[in-house]
Design a protein around this ligand. Structure first.
Ligand code: FES
Ligand code: FE2
Length: 425
């Protein structure tokens, strides 16, 4: 449980908020690269951390992310023209380059008026099929993070994003909550959702009361969920929480690996980014088809939007027969949508001052502490965790280990992305 004040601190990320300041120290996944497919393509609206922005790719291919609203009379640049290395407002034609400089004011051709005008802009970079932005103080801009999915080739990776109608931290909590897998996903993990998982799925179902061990690390948390496997062994599902909003999914056999980023749109909505990748081979056609079907962790979207077809307005298309038959514990199609439904069902910002936490919530409690501690670190001018790209060189793991072997020792190699791994890709 959290105090009302700490719950606000954790969940409010708009400009000028303390957590907003923390998140703005990190690179943020802003758009799929394919949203801006070529130079001078149509600009795209994107809202991040409560800020309404407009993204574009200029004539030279440079990326820009500007305040959505023109500084002249505040109309939306969404209606503007992306031409001649700048975004031109549709109203009176003021034009801005990717760095936010006003480069043309047609009504004042002979004055230096344009030199006095600037629009808010954030730097962007493209990597791993994602357009990233940095919204913090320019002098503190770190290097881009380096997670494994970003380092593999395009044919080894599948990425999606969707809008989820709740606060980012509510989703993040679900992402590190291994104990719900045996319940909420009991039908889908054993069935349509995950391929190559039979041993993992049967071990998951066998022990629905995992014991958690959580280790503080320099990037966030290492979370071990331990289940009984047999007399000699525990089945460990080990995952990471990486500051400030990344979670990983422990692998199921040889199936593609997975992870998420939970990025605030505003305080009541978040972008859920999902990546699947294979470290050492291309994704198969069957795997890609399965991901696009919405049965697993990736969403099925309303075409032309990032809104899921099953959503709060239609009760996530709940099918009570499917629920009764146990094909999905919640009667909702797709692993990601089962999560989406329960996480949003608590309301946009859950009241953490009245919740009742148990021992299986240890990782969640610690993740909250990580974020709240970051607020203090920033206030004291100290370094924040996970700003070094190499601190992201980790992997989640699912392993059988003899009882008595500490999981972080027994699984050490499996949990580390080696120099060799990422140089090879
Ligand atoms: S409102 Fe944009 S140029 Fe006038
Ligand atoms: Fe889940």
């Amino acid at each position: 449980m959290l105090t009302v004040e700490n719950n606000q601190l954790l969940t409010q990320t708009g400009p000028g908020t303390k957590m907003g300041d923390v998140l703005r120290q990190y690179w943020i996944p802003a758009l799929m690269a394919e949203e801006l497919p070529h130079p001078d393509c149509p600009p795209v609206r994107v809202k991040l951390l409560g800020e309404e922005l407009i993204a574009f790719r200029d004539t030279d291919g440079n990326l820009g992310l500007l305040d959505e609203y023109c500084p002249h009379r505040k109309v939306s640049l969404f209606y503007g023209r992306n031409e001649n290395c700048g975004l031109r407002c549709a109203y009176h034609g003021w034009q801005f380059d990717t760095e936010g400089n006003c480069v043309d004011v047609p009504s004042e051709p002979d004055s230096n008026f344009k030199n006095k005008v600037k629009i808010k802009s954030y730097p962007c970079e493209e990597r791993g099929g994602v357009i990233w932005t940095y919204m913090g103080p320019p002098e503190l801009k770190p290097e881009l993070p380096e997670q494994e999915w970003m380092l593999v080739s395009d044919s080894q990776r599948y990425i999606s994003k969707k809008v989820q109608q709740c606060n980012y931290f509510q989703g993040l909590e679900g992402g590190i909550d291994s104990s719900h897998v045996s319940i909420l996903h009991s039908g889908s993990v054993g069935g349509i959702g995950v391929s190559g998982k039979s041993q993992s799925a049967s071990l998951l179902g066998k022990d629905t009361a995992p014991r958690f061990e959580v280790v503080d690390t320099d990037y966030g948390l290492l979370i071990g969920a331990r289940r009984e496997a047999d007399e000699e062994n525990f089945y460990w599902r080990i995952t990471q929480f990486l500051m400030p909003f990344y979670t990983m999914i422990p692998p199921f056999g040889g199936a593609p690996r997975g992870g998420h980023a939970w990025v605030p749109i505003d305080d009541d909505n978040c972008w859920v980014w999902t990546w699947s990748w294979t470290p050492d081979r291309d994704l198969t056609e069957e795997e890609v088809t399965q991901m696009a079907s919405g049965a697993g962790i990736h969403p099925l979207l309303i075409p032309g939007t990032f809104i899921t077809q099953a959503n709060p307005s239609n009760n996530f298309q709940i099918d009570r027969d499917m629920q009764r038959r146990g094909e999905s514990f919640a009667g909702i199609f797709g692993i990601g949508m089962e999560d989406h439904a329960v996480q949003t069902s608590a309301g946009p910002i859950v009241d953490r001052s009245t919740e009742k936490l148990g021992t299986s919530d240890t990782a969640i409690i610690k993740a909250r502490q990580c974020l709240l501690k970051a607020v203090k670190l920033l206030e004291n001018g100290e370094d924040l965790p996970a700003l070094e790209p190499s601190s992201h060189h980790v992997r989640s793991a699912s392993v059988l280990l003899p009882k008595g072997v500490p999981f972080q020792e027994g699984a050490k190699e499996a949990l580390q992305l080696s120099e060799h791994d990422y140089e090879a890709v």
